[in-house]
Design a binder for this molecule. Structure first.
Ligand code: ADP
Ligand code: MG
Length: 361
């Protein structure tokens, strides 16, 4: 298993970057630990977020994602370790002096204030004049595709609209780094999927200026939106990589199982992982060298695809996913009990428990 200590993304240069260094990571955590009494929330956490990227921290509840975000924002002091933002050390700097803003899951809008005043709040605190505040707030609301509701109270908005207000309120301050803690968690699935695409589009427009660090426990959300994903488990970093690397080359069974469905099999004394959609069910009578023989134990017709559970000769339960390209519900459901052969390409069997490759292109 890869532990946090060996999982830095870029090879560290070993010397501190000067503040004006444009190439410094937007966020760099080095050996960060944070505990609450006896509970160790994050341990020996080292990671780097590149300027302008959409970086997602993904993991189950309690894995330390929010704690990491709060350490970056400065709401929680780290027990040990170092926090840098754009090459500047901020480990002991209070939150309001860090160039970051946070969007919380519950939005934390002021209920008695209009939408415009909510969005302009940070500017007012900074002493920006009334007219300029209104202009910048209107521009931020346009940015999140929410014009024409400036005079309303938060209670007069839908959940999706409130989410946009919270986002506008954060980006109006032009933070270098925007921290988002499960911002879509309160929305229903359809709206959440729409907002994922919009948030990604907004991030693309802002990426010259703002780096997004996003927290979610939803693997589909992470795959949809992220340039890179950091997978957390029990306060430790399991793997960092692009969605493709995380999905196709998970370093261990935890990552393989948390991000998507996987078949973990023993082959030649090693554990390998094959995704269900990479496995082909051979046609009756068809054979191939190395094909695995088995019996279809379960068939689930899911509309666009069918999921089969095949019990192999060795007693393994192998999940296979097949597109319903030229078949029907009636036909696939008759396949239960059938003897079949399975085949997959060698390169689609990913070896688990290897060290994550340090070098990246
Ligand atoms: P996540 O955001 O991934 O769900 P958290 O960072 O919130 O995880 O929590 C990590 C661990 O730290 C959990 O075991 C949680 O119970 C604990 N924890 C978080 N905040 C506090 C707190 N204020 N006091 C005590 N324990 C906490
Ligand atoms: Mg959390």
């Amino acid at each position: 298993m890869v532990t946090g200590g060996g999982t830095t993304i870029d090879a560290p240069s070993g010397r501190p970057s000067p503040p004006e260094d444009e190439t410094a990571p937007a966020v760099r955590l080095t050996g960060v630990r944070k505990s609450y009494g006896p509970v160790v929330a994050i341990e020996d956490l080292s990671m780097e977020v590149r300027p302008g990227e959409f970086f997602t921290m993904l993991g189950p509840s309690g894995s330390g994602k929010t704690t990491t975000l709060r350490v970056i924002a400065g709401f929680e002091p780290a027990d040990t370790g170092r926090v840098e933002l754009h090459g500047l050390e901020v480990t002991g700097t209070p939150p309001y002096e860090r160039p970051v803003n946070t969007v919380f899951q519950d939005y934390a809008l002021f209920p008695h204030m209009s939408v415009l005043d909510n969005v302009a709040y940070g500017l007012r605190v900074k002493g920006v004049g009334r007219r300029e505040r209104a202009e910048q707030a209107a521009a931020a609301l346009a940015m999140v595709r929410l014009p024409g509701v400036e005079g309303r109270r938060p209670a007069q908005l839908s959940g999706g609209q409130r989410q946009r207000v919270a986002l506008a309120r954060a980006i109006v301050n032009r933070p270098r780094v925007l921290l988002l803690d499960e911002p879509l968690g309160a929305l229903d699935l359809k709206l959440r999927q729409e907002m994922q695409l919009e948030l990604k589009a907004i991030q693309r427009e802002l990426s010259e200026r703002i780096t997004f660090v996003y927290v979610t426990h939803d693997q589909d959300e992470a795959l949809t939106m992220s340039d890179r994903i950091a997978v957390f488990s029990n306060g430790r970093l399991e793997q960092v990589g692009t969605p493709g690397e995380i999905y196709e080359r998970p370093v261990n069974e935890f990552v393989a199982g948390f991000v998507g469905t996987s078949n973990v099999l023993e082959r030649d004394g090693r554990r390998v992982m094959v995704r269900p959609e990479k496995i082909r069910l051979l046609a009756p009578g068809e054979d191939a060298p190395g094909a695995v023989r088995g019996v279809v134990r379960e068939v689930a017709y899911l509309g666009s695809v069918t999921r089969y559970v095949v019990e192999s000769e060795r007693g393994e339960k192998i999940v296979v996913l097949r597109q319903n390209l030229d078949t029907s519900a009636e036909r696939v459901l008759q396949e239960r009990g059938r003897e079949v052969r399975l085949e997959w390409r060698p390169e689609d069997a990913s070896v688990l428990d290897h060290k994550q490759q340090e070098a990246e292109a």
